[in-house]
Design a protein. Structure first.
Length: 107
């Protein structure tokens, strides 16, 4: 009777060990391949609404996101993405935030 419990515990330990080994292998494999795209920034304008900047290779994509749609607003080359562009985007985002607040005040 005791040997059955020992067998069951050893089998369970082997399965858990196999799961851990496979997870370590997958993590190493994933980190080697790298990521295709990175989220540079995301600004929410309400539930399921916002603007995201995604870096894919040498390009930065500015996307408008709603609950029903994703639209490409602008594409930047990595080299063109300077502080001036960042300041311009921050100004426009602030304008959009202000507009959002004014719309909520009127409701």
């Amino acid at each position: 009777m005791i040997s059955a419990y020992v067998q069951m515990i050893l089998a369970l330990a082997a399965v858990i060990g196999l799961i851990l080994l496979l997870s370590m292998f997958m993590k190493k494999r994933q980190s080697r391949t790298g990521t295709v795209m990175n989220v540079v920034s995301y600004q929410s304008f309400g539930p399921r609404k916002g603007v995201a900047a995604l870096k894919m290779g040498k390009e930065v994509l500015l996307l408008g996101i709603t609950s029903n749609d994703v639209k490409l607003l602008k594409t930047f080359n990595e080299n063109d993405f300077e502080e001036q562009t960042t300041a311009e985007m921050n100004t426009r985002i602030k304008m959009l935030k202000d507009m959002k607040e004014r719309l909520h005040e009127h409701k």
